[in-house]
Write a protein that binds this ligand. Structure first.
Ligand code: TEU
Length: 547
């Protein structure tokens, strides 16, 4: 069986702003990241996905690019980028960069030109329209809240932004825009990057007449935005003109695309994307409630996601990233007595899927959500916009919105990486842009490196195990007990048995006929009792057996 390198890889996501600060200004940077590359090598990952390192307008932490061929001065220089690429290459780790081309920053020179007026040669790089009935051209909402249109006084029209006003959408129907994107991709490929994680890539095609969304579509506007008429044509063009023949990976962030639709996007015959990030799993709990889901529901999503690779394609799998709550707080048990055990069980889940696992920085030590006390403590543009939309407008009580943000806000993932128990978790000698979690005293890389029972040690062992057993990467997935309320039990390749206890109480697995857990390959928190026919897992314990 031949496979592509990215199918056999474990990917690690770095959010450079929060990873490691070398110059003491409180913001993470590339020299800081370079100083910590041995941590990634010791973990055993094959590739790093670096969240945007480009010069940014500063509205959405890099997801608003002002210069696609320059490193943001807060993060360093092009020489630092080259040193990063070399340092990774020395350790056999590939570098995947973020590609944010649905929109630019409003500080990008193209937009500065575009807004000069209707005659500007760059006018058509963006999506400008006249208003309707004294208001915006249509009823499209921004994903961050409010209208997706902002009035530009100077040039007398509205421009479209599916995210913040500082993130105007590019007009992909203009061939010059697509040509620019292709050139940007070639620029970074020529600097040795191994591929791209493509931000909200399914949003790039808009219906030319920009029709209003129906009341139903307004419930989840991302679904409408992700289904533009020329999406597949534009993705295929990227593939054929830029990526074909290079050994680079294209991972699409498929916001608005279901697991079922994802299968088509990653079908190799369609020549669009190699893998996608779907949202079915992370969106399982509803916005306001952490506990609003059941284990059978989660298992049904796992089975659907397993099919999302389709008959011929492949997929990625993640439990957290820079937009999501910490997995321990989202799906595990954040109580300090159970957090480490649940972090390990989630790790076993992540590393035993038939998909490329993506670990988000801090996940490998079981970092948890931050106890945000007030809206002032939150920095995220999405949280701020939600506050304006819901609280300042009087639509909802402040406490309710704060509670929701406390567990769902994207800032939970963006607090500094916890390196040590020292000041600011060892992230910076200065004042961090976002406070470090007070639990860094207990949860940090330094302490866990010395502890063979730590979450970090479990991650290292799991990654090594996955590397040694191809059946755990490519083998079929079969859920053995979809309805159990506390236990996840599945086979991989009909040869490996994975058992995960998602509760504090012990749980017994009685092996069905033909399934004999013969050899324990890995377990978290000690060895489960195994009588051959039955395995007893302790609270939040997990194990992988060879049949
Ligand atoms: O995210 C797409 C996106 O819409 C999510 O931020 C979503 O709103 C969030 O997950 C709600 O749960 C991408 C980037 O990952 C994100 O950081 C950017 O803010 C966004 O695009 C705009 O570039």
């Amino acid at each position: 069986m031949t496979s592509r390198w990215w199918q056999d890889a474990v990917v690690y996501q770095v959010y450079p702003r929060s990873f490691m600060d070398a110059d003491g200004d409180g913001v993470g940077d590339l020299p800081g990241l370079i100083s910590r590359l041995d941590h990634l090598a010791d973990l055993g990952v094959d590739a790093v996905w670096l969240s945007p390192h480009y010069r940014s307008g500063g509205v959405d932490n890099g997801y608003d690019v002002a210069h696609y061929r320059a490193v943001d001065p807060q993060f360093g220089t092009m020489a630092d980028f080259e040193a990063l690429a070399a340092g990774l290459a020395d350790r056999g780790i590939r570098l995947i960069v973020d590609l944010v081309v649905n929109h630019t920053s409003d500080q990008h020179p193209w937009f500065a030109e575009s807004r000069k007026g209707r005659e500007s040669p760059f006018r058509d790089y963006y999506i400008w329209r006249d208003g309707k009935d004294g208001g915006p051209p249509n009823n499209w909402p921004s994903i961050f809240g409010g209208s997706a249109w902002t009035w530009d006084e100077g040039s007398g029209q509205y421009y479209l932004h599916l995210f913040a006003p500082g993130q105007p959408d590019l007009n992909w129907d203009n061939p010059a825009v697509r040509g620019e994107v292709h050139e940007i991709m070639r620029f970074w490929l020529d600097r040795g990057v191994a591929g791209f994680r493509m931000d909200v890539i399914a949003f790039v095609s808009k219906p030319p007449d920009l029709p209003d969304l129906s009341v139903e579509q307004l419930q989840t506007p991302q679904r409408a935005y992700a289904n533009g008429p020329r999406r597949d044509e534009y993705l295929r063009e990227l593939h054929d003109l830029v990526l074909a023949g290079r050994d680079a990976v294209a991972i699409g962030e498929a916001f608005g695309v279901s697991a079922e639709e994802a299968a088509a996007l990653v079908d190799p015959e369609r020549r669009e994307l190699d893998m996608v990030f779907t949202f079915d799993l992370v969106d399982l709990p509803r916005e306001d409630r952490a506990d609003d889901w059941t284990l059978p529901q989660l298992k049904s999503v796992l089975s659907r996601l397993d099919r999302a690779g389709g008959a011929r394609g492949w997929n990625s799998f993640y439990l957290e990233n820079h937009d999501q709550p910490r997995a321990v707080s989202h799906f595990g048990d954040p109580d300090p007595r159970w957090a480490p055990a649940s972090a390990k069980t989630l790790a076993t889940l992540l590393m035993s899927q038939r998909a490329t696992p993506v670990v988000y920085q801090g996940q490998e030590i079981g970092m948890t959500n931050y106890p945000f006390g007030s809206i002032e403590a939150l920095q995220d543009v999405a949280a701020r916009a939600r506050w304006v939309r819901d609280v300042e407008s009087g639509r909802r009580p402040a406490e309710a919105v704060l509670n929701s943000l406390r567990w769902r806000s994207r800032d939970n993932a963006r607090t500094p990486m916890q390196w040590t128990s020292g000041p600011n978790a060892g992230f910076t000698t200065g004042r961090p842009w976002l406070a470090a979690n007070p639990n860094a005293a207990a949860i940090n890389v330094e302490a866990q490196s010395r502890d063979p029972n730590s979450v970090l040690a479990h991650y290292r062992r799991l990654i090594a195990l996955r590397r040694a057993h191809r059946g755990l990467v490519h083998g079929a997935y079969r859920d053995l007990d979809p309805n159990h309320e506390r236990l996840i039990a599945y086979l991989r390749d009909e040869r490996y048995l994975v058992l995960l206890n998602f509760s504090r109480e012990p749980v017994d697995f009685s092996a069905p006929r033909g399934v004999t857990p013969a050899q324990l390959l890995i377990a978290s928190d000690g060895e489960p009792e195994n009588t051959g026919g039955a395995v007893r897992l302790q609270g939040w314990q997990s194990a992988v057996y060879r049949l």
